[in-house]
Each structure stands twice: as structure tokens, then as C-alpha cells.
Write a protein that binds this ligand. Structure first.
Ligand code: SF4
Length: 413
């Protein structure tokens, strides 16, 4: 979901002299609409990072490089790249043990549960990999704030206290005012609300924070600029840099949680994608250290005429998950219902801290009055979920594995 809406003054180029400097310190103007990204942002830091060198390490690291990375007490991006390498794929059991120990040390045996709530599948952007893409002949629907509230009440009844509001990109139908109205309607009944919608300027994020939103999720989809241009054919989402700086704008506006991710399988070469994703997370942690950061690892699934060309195997996924945990011990790791139940259960101990559960990817898909057969009619889901266990079944599986499901970890004042 999501994209870019341009409504600010001109572009600002990255400032190489300050790229990499830690801490939010000086307020930054992030409303600009760039052919670049604003200076003193995590986006600028990422663009100033030598991803080529890191990618070479990820492709060609030696056994000695992997040894060094495994033995390091504090790891950097070069260590991470070594842990992604083919040489490290032979050390996966050792990586898994270390990743598990690091996760239990930082998070205990707890897993945060949340649910996506789809507000709308209207979209004017064309993204080759998405079932909601403009031009796809699918049933479209936008829930009214009252219908959104009915969906939320249903999810609250199922145990959830953290919802992720999701929508396609249609600035007139899914407008700023509409989103503020939805957040305001839900804030009284849902303690924690995150947004995964088109990207906005800082002022709009401030309005959403003031209405009760505390989290912003923006997947860059792919960090490979060439692939990005090839898969985002039309719409405001084509602006790579504006999207890249969206988490900075959200943090500047007061979002407490930030979530980033890449659609694994979109670009050729998962290692290069993983290096960029990790570098972005690294940069966000340095710039916005007061925010809680999560990283998502969604593997692409087939959707409305699209089949992923670049598959990421289970073994690759496990290596990536472990390497991320060893680089970023305090960052939340999200695995969604795109993955099969047995696989989700199997990777849980390796670093996973957040799971969606009982998900519907269709607007109105939860409440009996809102979904199929309801007044609004049936809408197309974004993708078919692979783990269709109920929230209760997922929670029971967690307890069975020795973990406590956490439904609520935040209450706004
Ligand atoms: S087509 Fe899908 S991924 Fe692209 S902007 Fe629309 S909803 Fe988001």
C-alpha cells in the first residue's frame, strides 16, 4: 500500500557532510518533495552508505569473515553482510543459536500479536505485484468510519489491542480527513493504532498522531531503484525518494513506532535487498532512537496476474532473519500470515517478535455486518493468507512453544 503525495516546496539534496551523524537533535524540514531526500534524515544516511561494498561482502565473504562476524560482540553492517553470504549459509545452526539467545535476552519469551484492518482497496497507482493495482478488475470498497469502528470492535472482541490500518492509494477517497476521522473513531476503543497507507507529509502525520495514531509502517517494497521504477508503473508511489523519507517524516511528527520492510522476491538478489533494508534500519535507529522500530520480511505471493520471478527459499529467509537479529538485537521482527503456519512456528525462536493473526486482507472482512453479504458487498482481498488459524489458535500455539502472547503493550495517555 501507500505512496507519495506531493504538497511541499522543492527538493533538498542529501548533505554528505552530516550523513551518518546520530541523534534527532536539530528539527528538520521534511515536507519537501524531492528528487532527493532531506539532509539529516535516515533516508539521507542510507543513500550515503556504500551499499555496493556491502553487497560485495554479502556475495563473496570468506569463512574467516563469517568467523569474525559470529564472534563479534557488537556487529556492524559489514558483519551483517558477511552473515548473509553463501559462506555463512553453512553456519546456519550457529547463527540460529546466537539469534535465539539474543532474542530471548532482549525480548524474553513474548510475542506481540496484531491484526491488519483494511479500510479500502481503492487505488489509483499501478504496482505490478499488487491485487489492488489500478486497472485490475476487482470489487472495490471503502469502509465508512462507522464500518471501520465495527471492524475494530470485532477485532477487540477477538483479543487484539493493536491494529494496523491498511488502505490503497487514492488521495480523494482515502483522504487525509478520512484517515484522521477513522483514527479518531478508533482511538477510544483501540489502545495502539498503526497506519500502512499512502505516504504523507509531516503535517498530515502530525494530524494523525494528534488523532490517536502511534505507529507508521512504510515498506520501501524494493530498495533497488531500477526494480522500483519497473514495478511502480503509474501513480505517486513512483517517487522513490519521497517514500524513502516517509519514516523520517513520521518520526518527526511524533510517531512512536516505525515499521519498514521490503517485499522479498521483487528484486533479483535477496542479499542486496537485505543489505539495504538493514542499512535503513540501522540509520533509523541512529536518527530516531526514541522510536520503537520493527522490520518486516514479507515474501511475495502471487496476486491478480502476478507471479514473483525471484523466489526466496525458506533457508534464505532463515539466514536473513538470523543475520538481522545478530545485527539489530533490539529491533522487532514481524512475520505475517503470508507465511504457512508450520513455517511461522518454526522460525519463531530465531528472532520473531511480532505476528499478525487471524488476518483478513479484504475491507469489511471481519465483522459479520461488514463483510461478504453485508450492506457494503464483497471486496477483493489484497492477497490470500497462508496462515488462516484464528487469533486464539495462534495464541495457543505460542503458549505451547513456551511464549506468552502479548495483546497490549501500549496505552496512550
Ligand atoms: S497497487 Fe497495491 S501496493 Fe500499489 S499503491 Fe495500490 S494498494 Fe499499494
Amino acid at each position: 500500500m501507500t505512496s507519495l503525495l506531493g504538497e511541499g516546496p522543492g527538493a533538498k539534496a542529501p548533505d554528505p557532510g552530516t550523513a551518518g551523524a546520530p541523534g534527532p537533535g536539530v528539527p528538520v524540514v521534511l515536507e519537501s518533495r524531492p528528487d532527493g531526500v532531506p539532509a539529516r534524515t535516515a533516508a539521507a544516511d542510507l543513500l550515503a552508505t556504500d551499499l555496493t561494498s556491502l553487497g560485495a561482502t554479502a556475495a563473496h565473504a570468506t569463512a574467516a569473515d563469517v568467523d569474525r562476524a559470529l564472534q563479534a560482540t557488537r556487529r556492524g553492517l559489514q558483519d551483517f553482510a558477511a552473515l548473509l553470504s553463501p559462506a555463512a549459509s553453512h553456519r546456519i545452526e550457529e547463527m540460529a543459536r546466537l539469534a535465539h539467545e539474543a532474542t530471548v535476552r532482549r525480548f524474553g519469551r513474548t510475542v506481540h500479536l496484531f491484526a491488519p484492518l483494511y479500510l479500502s482497496n481503492e487505488c489509483v497507482s499501478t504496482c505490478t505485484y499488487c491485487g489492488f493495482s489500478a486497472g485490475n478488475d476487482v470489487a472495490r470498497r471503502t469502509l465508512s468510519p462507522a464500518e471501520v469502528l465495527a471492524e475494530a470492535r470485532e477485532l477487540v472482541d477477538r483479543g487484539f489491542r493493536h491494529l494496523l490500518l491498511v488502505a490503497g492509494e487514492h488521495a480523494r477517497v482515502i483522504s487525509k480527513d478520512y484517515l484522521v476521522d477513522c483514527v479518531a473513531a478508533l482511538a477510544a476503543v483501540v489502545p495502539s493504532l498503526s497506519l500502512e497507507v499512502q505516504v504523507w507529509d509531516t503535517a498530515t502525520y502530525r494530524r494523525l498522531v494528534d488523532a490517536g495514531c502511534d505507529g507508521l509502517v512504510v515498506y520501501q517494497e524494493t530498495y533497488d531503484r531500477g526494480t522500483y521504477g519497473e514495478v511502480h508503473l503509474r501513480g505517486k508511489k513512483r517517487n522513490y525518494d519521497w517514500r524513502l523519507a516517509a519514516p523520517d517524516r513520521g518520526a518527526e511528527a511524533g510517531m512512536r513506532r516505525l515499521g519498514i520492510g521490503a517485499l522479498l522476491g521483487l528484486a533479483p538478489g535477496w542479499r542486496a535487498e537485505a543489505v539495504a533494508l538493514a542499512a535503513h534500519a540501522h540509520a533509523l535507529l541512529r536518527r530516531w532512537w526514541r522510536c520503537e522500530l520493527t522490520v518486516s520480511l514479507p515474501r511475495l505471493r502471487p496476486a491478480a496476474g502476478f507471479s514473483p520471478a525471484n523466489t526466496v527459499s525458506d533457508a534464505d529467509f532463515v539466514q536473513l532473519l538470523c543475520a538481522l537479529r545478530l545485527l539489530l538485537p533490539d529491533v522487532g521482527m514481524v512475520v505475517s500470515t503470508r507465511e504457512e503456519p508450520a513455517f511461522r512456528d518454526a522460525v519463531l525462536p530465531l528472532g520473531v517478535t511480532h505476528l499478525s493473526a487471524g488476518s483478513s486482507t479484504e475491507p469489511g472482512g471481519y465483522s459479520p455486518a461488514g463483510g461478504a453479504g453485508g450492506a457494503g458487498g464483497r471486496a477483493e482481498p489484497q492477497f490470500e493468507v497462508a496462515d488462516d488459524r484464528s487469533p486464539g489458535e495462534v495464541a495457543a500455539a505460542l503458549r505451547g512453544a513456551g511464549y506468552d502472547p502479548v495483546w497490549k503493550d501500549w496505552q496512550r495517555a
